[in-house]
Design a protein. Structure first.
Length: 113
């Protein structure tokens, strides 16, 4: 799927968070506790990634099912498959591969064009 086509289809969906969203729960006073919590989350994510790799083709969770259904209603079955695949790839890069803040900003900047 070409980038301009991906952007066109992406624009059909509403924005869930504003572009300037910032997690306000970050604080210096509990940095040790926060680091432990982050480590625990990362371990959980790694375990879930392993399970997801095994079960990826078996079933999709409710979000992705609803997302795919909405895409099918808006752009048709064939285009929805391509769009969902491209969207999942971008989602995985942003969420699981820990894309840097600067790279995420560049990604958002390209989406404005």
């Amino acid at each position: 799927m070409e980038e301009h086509e991906f952007r066109r289809v992406l624009d059909l969906f509403p924005v869930v968070r504003s572009r300037d969203y910032c997690d306000e729960s970050k604080g210096d006073s509990s940095s040790h506790f926060a680091q432990d919590e982050v480590t625990e989350w990362q371990k959980g994510w790694q375990e879930m990634d392993k399970k997801d790799e095994l079960n990826e083709n078996e079933s999709e969770d409710a979000f992705w099912s609803k997302f795919r259904a909405a895409a099918e209603r808006k752009v048709g079955l064939t285009n929805a498959e391509r769009f969902c695949s491209a969207f999942k790839t971008v989602h995985k890069k942003l969420v699981y591969e820990k894309l840097s803040l600067e790279a995420a900003r560049r990604f958002v900047a390209t989406s404005k064009n």
